[in-house]
Design a protein around this ligand. Structure first.
Ligand code: FE
Length: 174
């Protein structure tokens, strides 16, 4: 269907009342974007947020890791979709490896430990995370939590400090 036909059939004025704004992020998969967009998460770990769904309780971000070894052990309360863009990683609890181009579904309830192998200078993976995940220690005891609100606060704080401005995150919130 051509653009002209589409605009004739579905004029903007027919959108139902209450529809929220669409969200468009140009260059979303550009890993060499403005470095200020990368928000510190932990030592050697940063993320670039793409969407904060405060109304549906999920977030989408690219996690970029420049260190090897174990990163975090966690349990998911909701489903996760992961698309590996660069490098490789795995969870030693499972027998597969995520390579560049690999898609992974992580089911709710899964407990696993993110590990980056020796020789990987940079891993970058787009994660779509619903609900929260709970950081756990080796005994499985909860030691922290991450969700759309904790990610949003990290980003706001970082962007306020680096000049982008705290409100830079607002266009990613739905
Ligand atoms: Fe996970």
């Amino acid at each position: 269907m051509s653009t002209q036909q589409a605009s004739t059939l579905v004029p903007a004025s027919t959108h139902p009342y209450g529809v929220v704004d669409d969200l468009v992020e140009q260059g979303a998969l550009d890993l060499d974007c403005d470095e200020r967009l990368w928000v510190p998460q932990a030592d050697g770990v940063v993320f670039r947020p793409l969407a904060f769904s405060v109304s549906q309780g999920y977030f989408i971000n690219i996690l970029r890791i420049r260190k090897t070894g174990f990163v975090s052990r966690h349990r998911h309360a909701g489903p996760v979709h992961a698309f590996t863009l660069r490098g490789r990683w795995h969870y030693p609890e499972h027998d597969w490896w995520a390579e560049q181009g690999t898609y992974v579904f992580e089911p709710p309830g899964d407990v696993h430990t993110l590990e980056i192998p020796e020789g990987v200078e940079e891993m970058a993976t787009l994660f779509h995370v619903t609900g929260g995940y709970i950081y756990v220690d080796e005994a499985g005891n909860p030691v922290g939590i991450e969700d759309v609100f904790s990610k949003l606060e990290r980003a706001r704080t970082h962007y306020a400090a680096n000049g982008l401005g705290a409100d830079y995150v607002d266009r990613l919130i739905r």
